[in-house]
Every structure is written in structure tokens, then in C-alpha cells.
Ligand binder design. Structure first.
Ligand code: ADP
Ligand code: MG
Length: 340
């Protein structure tokens, strides 16, 4: 993926998480590499392996993640584009095992999240101009057009999978895994590292991260969560074993019109960007679920996020509203250290 200097700086500045190995030992023997993928800087640290093992694991991981980025890119030509073209013309399309698994997990997540996580609203996300490398400027989308799309209630439940063939009963469905595929992909990356015998790893994709290790172990990663409204961190926590920490926020990607910010997380009920919640952070073993859940909690809002988290099986979550008020589950409060 091509990257301008400005993209690179944005990726570095946009890190929602600053992760540091907790132990000198890990740092001394650690191996690090960075790639620009999934619209962000992916920073990988491996520990507990020698240099040769690390180099070979990193090159396999690089190949895997680059492939997934190409395959599941939300707007560049690739598998998603082919699927969306087939849906628009009421045709079935053959999908591989990963895609079949992703579609069915997204159907479950959509139901469990009470519709707040809806990766079938790609057509609306595109109308708002979020399918591009830079923010769209100028006129806001045509509300009538959005209303017409919404009237068909596009949802992952419109999709049917049989014998590796995907069909949609709604031609207005356009799949957009922008709120989910990064989690799924870095989870695959973590599995690959585990299979190669890597004992300790951190894959940090612009603040969304997975860790690999043995819990409890003596190598916690100290993970800082970026403040959604100002520079610096809002909180930090120690991450052990195999966990995922995902944050969705309206501070990294948004468009501006007449001084108003329109963030990239869309409420599927209204077809418009969510303004009430600034960010949501989820800790869970399953990175794909954590990614989707963080997006869902932003949409669910301050009144409903606890219910949606419970329905999704998320017990560790924090939500920050537009006024900077922090709300968290009791399990999250036990491990999160708020910064003063
Ligand atoms: P980030 O990209 O910063 O990690 P998210 O994980 O929340 O943030 O993903 C946001 C992306 O998900 C949007 O850019 C869009 O592609 C897609 N999206 C927007 N609204 C929703 C929604 N309600 N449900 C599922 N996906 C969404
Ligand atoms: Mg997400």
C-alpha cells in the first residue's frame, strides 16, 4: 500500500495505544518490525525467540497480513469489491473459508449487538465519503438517498451462505468490514506466530492490538489508551497472555463541514455519524469480537452500551463520551489505571 509522508505521520500520531514491554528481558531480546497496513501503522514485537526464528516468523507474518489487507480492503479492488458487485447484481459468489466464517460471525455480532454493529451498511459509509484514503470535503451526502438505502434495512441477515456460495436477498447490502477485519486479521497473525512457536508477541495496529503469551506470566505489556479529546493517555493497563485491546473512536477519521465534525462510525438506525460517544475500548480474548464490539459500543451510546456489551459477552469495556466522561464495567475498573 502506498503511503505518503503525511499518512505516515498521521499513522504515528494516531496511535491510540502506546505499548511497552514490561520486562527488561523482553526488551533486550525483542525483535521489531513495522508495516503500513489496514490504514495504519502495524508494529510487531516478538520476544522469546532467537534472531533467525524471529526473522522467519516476521516474514511469514508480513506475507499473511499484507495478503489479508489486500483481500479485505474496504474500497480497493479485491475480494470485498467482487462480493459487493455480485450482491448489487443479485448474483451468488463463491467465497473461501475465511470469508464464510467472517460473514457468519458478523451475522451473530449484528444480532448480539442489537443491530449497532452492522457491516452491511457499506453503501451508507461510502455516501458519507469514508471509502477513500483522505477525508472527503464539500457537500454532505444526500439524505434522501440515505433514507432510501435505510428503508431496505440492509443487514448481514440478508446474506445466505450455502456450499461456499454467498447470496444476498437485498441488493442495497454492501459489505464493509472496516470495523471488524483488522481484528480478524491480526488474530490470524497471532495464530500464525503461535504455530511457529513464538512465545511472546505484541501486534499493535495503530492502537488496536493483540498479545500472545502465557497467562499469568511475568511479561505484561503496559498498554496506554489514548485520550480521545486531547494529547496523551486517558488510562493504561497491563495486558497478559493472549488478549486483544481495541478502541473505536470518532477522533481519528471524520470529515468536517461548516465547522461540524462527522465521524466515520455510522448509527445504522439513522444512517448518520455518531456524535455522542468519543471512544469505546474493549478487552477480550477474541480480537475480531473486540474490534466489532468497540464499534458497536460507540453506536449504542451512553444509555445502552452496558446492555450491548453484556449481550456481546464483553465484560471489560470503557466508554468516553463527548464531554470526556468516563464510564466502565466493573471488570474493566479492576484493571484499568486512569491517568490524572
Ligand atoms: P477504526 O477504523 O478506527 O479501528 P472502527 O473499528 O470503529 O474504527 O471501524 C470503523 C469503520 O467501520 C468505519 O470506517 C466503517 O468502515 C465501518 N463502520 C461504520 N459504522 C459501522 C457500524 N455501525 N457497524 C459496523 N461497521 C461500521
Ligand atoms: Mg471496530
Amino acid at each position: 500500500m502506498g503511503m505518503t509522508r503525511r499518512d505516515f505521520l498521521n499513522a504515528c500520531l494516531g496511535l491510540g495505544v502506546i505499548a511497552v514491554a514490561g520486562q527488561q528481558k523482553v526488551r533486550a531480546n525483542s525483535h521489531r518490525e513495522q508495516w503500513y497496513l489496514f490504514g495504519t501503522l502495524v508494529d510487531v514485537t516478538l520476544g522469546g525467540v532467537d534472531s533467525d526464528e524471529a526473522a522467519s516468523a516476521l516474514s511469514s507474518l508480513s506475507a499473511e497480513l499484507h495478503q489479508r489487507n489486500r483481500d479485505w480492503h474496504p474500497w480497493r479492488p479485491g475480494i470485498m469489491g467482487d462480493i459487493n458487485a455480485a450482491i448489487a447484481s443479485s448474483e451468488g459468489i463463491a467465497v473461501d473459508g475465511h470469508m464464510a466464517h467472517m460473514v457468519s460471525q458478523c451475522q451473530q455480532l449484528h444480532l448480539a449487538s442489537d443491530g449497532t454493529f452492522n457491516p452491511a451498511i457499506g453503501k451508507i459509509v461510502a455516501q458519507w465519503g469514508f471509502h477513500g484514503d483522505s477525508s472527503k470535503r464539500g457537500q454532505l451526502p444526500d439524505r434522501d438517498l440515505i433514507a432510501r438505502i435505510l428503508a431496505t434495512a440492509p443487514s448481514p441477515q440478508d446474506l445466505h451462505l450455502g456450499d461456499g456460495n454467498l447470496v444476498s436477498h437485498n441488493t442495497e447490502v454492501q459489505l464493509d468490514f472496516g470495523g471488524y477485519a483488522k481484528g480478524y486479521a491480526i488474530d490470524l497473525g497471532r495464530q500464525l506466530l503461535a504455530q511457529r512457536g513464538v512465545a511472546l508477541a505484541l501486534i499493535n495496529a495503530g492502537g488496536d492490538l493483540v498479545t500472545l503469551g502465557h497467562a499469568p506470566d511475568e511479561h505484561p505489556w503496559r498498554v496506554a489508551i489514548r485520550h480521545p479529546q486531547r494529547n496523551g493517555q486517558i488510562a493504561w493497563l497491563e495486558v497478559y497472555g493472549s488478549e486483544a485491546v481495541f478502541t473505536s473512536g470518532n477522533y481519528e477519521r471524520y470529515r468536517e463541514h461548516n465547522g461540524i465534525r462527522y465521524p466515520h462510525i455510522i448509527d445504522p438506525r439513522t444512517g448518520g455519524p455518531v456524535q455522542e460517544i468519543a471512544s469505546a475500548t474493549v478487552v477480550h480474548r477474541d480480537a475480531a469480537l473486540a474490534d466489532a464490539a468497540a464499534t458497536a459500543l460507540v453506536v449504542a451510546g451512553s444509555k445502552h452500551w452496558q446492555d450491548v456489551a453484556e449481550r456481546l459477552g464483553v465484560d471489560q469495556a470503557m466508554v468516553v463520551d463527548a464531554q470526556g466522561r468516563i464510564d466502565q464495567t466493573s471488570a474493566m475498573a479492576e484493571r484499568l489505571r486512569l491517568s490524572s
